[in-house]
Design a protein around this ligand. Structure first.
Ligand code: FES
Length: 161
């Protein structure tokens, strides 16, 4: 389904509205983003992830909302993208984490989630100290979205100026 889908308006990325001066800029050709794929595009120092989900095309920061790993080298399953670094999984339809990172931490509402071990892997020791404190206090925020439109054969994204 090569059309953009509507994200929750409150999850628009800062500055990513035409009222705030954002302009739609060519990001990729539709042919470069078949359904089920992910693509990083860069504008200046802004890295954006284009995802062609089973619900349509969406653009978010190419930074995991946990510790900023590039989601563009994760995997897309339907509308859920997983992070290559700590196994966090995020629903691109809602902006919510559907699986917290294995390091644990705070969710977007401030609830604490403990460290966990993916099936088949050895548990890592969670040695108390500053690093453990940092992991415990790291908040996994909701995804932030950039408006997308299709112009002919081109995917355009509203990018802050
Ligand atoms: S950086 Fe993505 S889950 Fe940790």
């Amino acid at each position: 389904m090569s059309t953009p889908f509507n994200f929750r308006p409150e999850l628009r990325a800062p500055g990513a509205s035409e009222a705030a001066g954002a302009t739609f800029r060519p990001a990729a050709l539709l042919a470069e983003l078949p359904e089920g794929t992910l693509l990083r595009v860069t504008f200046g120092d802004l890295d954006i992830l284009l995802a062609h989900t089973d619900r349509g095309i969406v653009a978010i920061d190419d930074r995991c909302p946990h510790m900023s790993a590039p989601l563009s080298i994760g995997r897309l399953d339907g509308c859920v993208v997983d992070c290559p670094l700590h196994d966090g999984r995020f629903d691109l339809a809602t902006g919510e984490a559907v699986q917290m990172p294995n390091t644990g931490g705070l969710d977007a509402d401030g609830a604490y989630h403990p460290v966990w071990t993916p099936a088949g892997k050895e548990p890592k020791p969670d040695v108390p100290g500053r690093k453990a404190d940092a992991r415990r206090l790291t908040r996994v925020k909701r995804l932030r979205y950039y408006p997308v439109r299709i112009s002919g054969s081109t995917i355009e994204v509203a990018v802050p100026s």
